[in-house]
Every structure is written in C-alpha cells, then in structure tokens.
Design a protein around this ligand. Structure first.
Ligand code: HXC
Length: 259
C-alpha cells in the first residue's frame, strides 16, 4: 500500500522497485517532503532482499523541475545551513543497489542532480537536462558542480551551470550523461527491463561492481585498481560465482541465489 504523499511506489516486479515522483501540478518540484519520502523508500529498499534494483521515474512529460523554489524562498542562510535535505541526498548517494533514472521532459536543477545520482539514466527523446540555478542568482547545491563535470566534461558542464543552458537528449547521449534514448512512452518500460536484467544477476557481484565503479570518482587509479582486485577476490568466495561458472560450462542459464 502506498503510504506516501509525493511519491508512488510500484509493485516489486522481478526484484525491481519503481519509485515515481508524484507532484504533477508542480512539475515534480522536489519539495522537502518528496525528498524525505524518497529517502525513506530507499532506506526500506536497502533492507528488503526482494528488491535488487530501483527505477526512479517522473511522468511522460517531466522528470523534475528542480528544488521547490517556493519552499526554498522561505529559507535564509541559517535555514539553508540547518536544512535536512543534504541528509536525504546522502541516502541516495550511499544506496548500494543500482538505481536507474527514467527521464522524460525536464530534469532541471535538483531534478538533473537527482538523475545524476542514478547509476544509469535512460531518457526519452523529449528529455531536457539543465542546471538553471544561475537564473535564480544561486548555483547547484546537490552535486551539480561535481557529478556533472565528471560525467559530461568541463566545457559542457560550465555552459550548463554558468549560462544555465539546457541540453537535449541527443547532446546528453553524446556527452555520456545518459546511456540510451527511447521514445518518451517507452522510457519507463526500457528502464524497468534494464533494471530487471541487472536484478537477474548476483546481488553480491552487482553491489561490489557498483561500488568499484563509483570509487573511480574518488580515488587515484592505483588505489582504484587495488580496490577492484579486492572486490574481485571477495567474489571468489561466493556461491554465485561457482554457479555462474558452472552454468557456463553446462551451457545453461545461471540461477543466482545472492550468496
Ligand atoms: C516550484 C515549480 C517549479 C519549481 C515549476 N513549478 N517548477 N514550483 N519549484 N522548481 C510550478 C510552477 O510554479 C507552476 O505552478 C507549475 O509548476 C507549472 O509550471 P510552469 O512554469 O507554468 O510550466 P511551464 O511553462 O511548462 O514551464 C516549465 C519549466 C518552468 C520550464 C520547467 O516551470 C521552470 O523554469 N521551472 C523552474 C526550473 C528551475 O529553475 N529549476 C531549478 C530550481 S533551483 P503554479 O501554481 O505557479 O502555476 C534548484 C536548486 C537545487 O533546483 C539545489 C539542491 C540542493
């Protein structure tokens, strides 16, 4: 049963949970409560072994038009300092299972940052990514100056953040921001299929592979390679590795048990 107000939880299907942002009248603007509920839903998903992958989506027309500007307007410097939002973003950042963002329409400001928190972005041809905070006399505050530049490179990130220019799905694909473009009506379905594909693998291998990939943003190559080797070694102790290799030898599909 959905006990949330600003997000909708789908049924868990093939180990995939879909979380839909649900403030259509405000272009899914990320109010405090929406972010809080998203963090709560992810916390619950963390400890639910039936969930191996999460899809976050908006609607067919809009992913999220950023932080709720009307709510933001009420905060002074102390209010921003004491804001609880950074802890909600942290929940997203620390979530160990893969997250796929299904993005149609506007992903602006905090909406673009939310998509950038995902591990994979699948976007509809109508998607528009931007960090327009500069038009409000502010700047990105949930990773928009850090994650975006590491993903799309300096020049494009500077253009988006300093000029507030919005990019289309094609540019997002060329720059590596997104993995695929779909028809808008097929975005959620494609993201879900991909999530189910991932969920069919060993959860231990998925978790360690995600962790190793994300470490590449944090560490020098030598350290990253060493972390990768350690994770690779740990996997040698899993039953799933034995099953995966055995299944290959026997020319059958592996059945992973996440142990
Ligand atoms: C609050 C918003 C909103 C937002 C839209 N709405 N975006 N409310 N916060 N970010 C509301 C509008 O006020 C309006 O409600 C309704 O949603 C529909 O929006 P319109 O503007 O009428 O729609 P449209 O003409 O289609 O324009 C779509 C749009 C525009 C281009 C996306 O809404 C827009 O520019 N939104 C703001 C985008 C933005 O600046 N994002 C960055 C926010 S700052 P009412 O009731 O008024 O009719 C940010 C900082 C992140 O994200 C920091 C993280 C820590």
């Amino acid at each position: 049963m959905n006990t949330y107000q600003d997000i909708l939880l789908g049924e868990i299907e093939q180990s995939v949970l879909t979380i839909s942002l649900n403030r259509p009248e405000f272009h899914n603007a990320l109010c405090n409560n929406l972010l809080k509920e998203l963090a709560q839903a992810l916390d619950a998903a963390s400890s639910n072994a039936d969930i191996k992958c999460v899809v976050i989506s908006g609607s067919e027309k809009v992913f999220a038009a950023g932080a709720d500007i009307k709510e933001m307007a009420k905060l002074d410097a102390i209010g921003v300092l004491q804001d609880t939002r950074p802890q909600y973003w942290d929940t997203l950042r620390k979530f160990k299972k893969p997250i796929i963002a299904a993005v149609n329409g506007y992903a602006l400001g905090g909406g673009c940052e939310l998509a950038c928190h995902a591990d994979i972005i699948i976007a509809g041809s109508n998607a528009k990514f931007g960090q327009p905070e500069i038009n409000l006399g502010i700047m990105p505050g949930a990773g928009g100056t850090q994650r975006l530049i590491r993903t799309v490179g300096k020049s494009l990130a500077m253009k988006m953040v300093l000029a507030g220019e919005v990019i289309d799905a094609e540019t997002a694909l060329q720059s590596g921001l997104i993995a695929e473009i779909t028809q808008p009506e097929a975005t959620l379905e494609r993201a879900t299929k991909l999530a189910q594909q991932i969920a069919g693998k060993s959860a231990i291998a998925i978790q360690l592979a995600k962790q190793a990939l994300l470490e590449s943003f944090e560490t020098p190559l030598e350290t990253g390679l060493s972390l990768e080797r350690k994770a690779f070694t740990i996997l040698a102790a899993s039953e799933d590795r034995q099953e995966g290799i055995q299944a290959f030898m026997e020319k059958r599909k592996a059945v992973f048990k996440d142990v």
